[in-house]
Design a protein around this ligand. Structure first.
Ligand SMILES: Nc1nc2c(ncn2[C@@H]2O[C@H](COP(=O)(O)OP(=O)(O)O)[C@@H](O)[C@H]2O)c(=O)[nH]1
Ligand SMILES: [Mg+2]
Length: 202
């Protein structure tokens, strides 16, 4: 099982980026597209997200969880993923985590329960709100960056580049091993960003 976990705080741009990633995959490799399953799991956003994503005919959108995906829901998460694998046998499952989930915990849970799973974590951060949210949210934002392979600093169109520099510096305190990209989901996202998010593909 190949799993891409897209995490990051509420409103950071996960769904927007996922839609562009989906379009990228569709444009670049339509055959692969039909083998990609997107799992949306954002509280309260599900119906909106669903409608948009359903526009991609070959994509399967599954709302399989009653609540949020986090360590306390691990049983449901694992059985849901196993069910998808069994029913659809996709080459890739993309999971949009809820804005309060810890992608690192999801990855650990999946790796423990599905040993052959190959997990990748992409964390989306919001350049506009990072500084504003960092303190009030306690450890949530930093902990969401744990073990991310790729960190996208999104919404760079909304702040001056000095602010983006400062945000990146702040974020790097918590994860300095990930690959970083500055993007705006409101405009074009470069192919190399998508390739980095997807990682090696078989
Ligand atoms: N200006 C701007 N707005 C963005 C960008 N990315 C997302 N948004 C907006 O931010 C809001 C939240 O985005 P969404 O993708 O739903 O975030 P999610 O909660 O992480 O899935 C939406 O209104 C988006 O249109 C960006 O790069 N620039
Ligand atoms: Mg979303």
């Amino acid at each position: 099982m190949n799993l891409l976990i897209v995490g990051g705080f509420l409103g950071s741009g996960k769904t927007s980026i996922l839609l562009k990633l989906a379009r990228y995959i569709a444009g670049e490799n339509p055959e692969y597209m039909s083998k990609v399953v997107i799992v949306e799991n954002e509280i309260g956003e599900i119906s909106v997200d669903d409608k948009v994503l359903s526009g991609f005919g070959a994509y399967s959108v599954t709302n399989m969880f009653s609540g949020c995906v986090c360590c306390t829901m691990s049983g449901e998460l694992v059985s849901g993923l196993n069910q998808i694998q069994k029913d659809m046998n996709p080459e890739l499952i993309i999971l949009e985590a809820t804005g309060v989930a810890f992608p690192h915990n999801i990855r650990e849970t999946v790796k423990y329960s599905i040993p052959d799973a190959n997990c990748r974590v992409c964390c989306v951060t919001d350049a506009k709100r990072w500084n504003r949210l960092l303190i009030p949210m306690g450890n949530l934002l930093p902990d969401q960056l744990d073990s991310a392979d790729v960190i996208l600093i999104n919404k760079v169109d909304t702040v001056p580049s000095e602010t983006v520099d400062a945000v990146e510096q702040s974020i790097r305190q918590f994860n300095d091993t990930a690959r970083y990209f500055r993007i705006s989901a409101a405009s074009e996202i470069a192919p190399e960003v998508f390739e980095a998010v997807l990682g090696e593909r078989g």
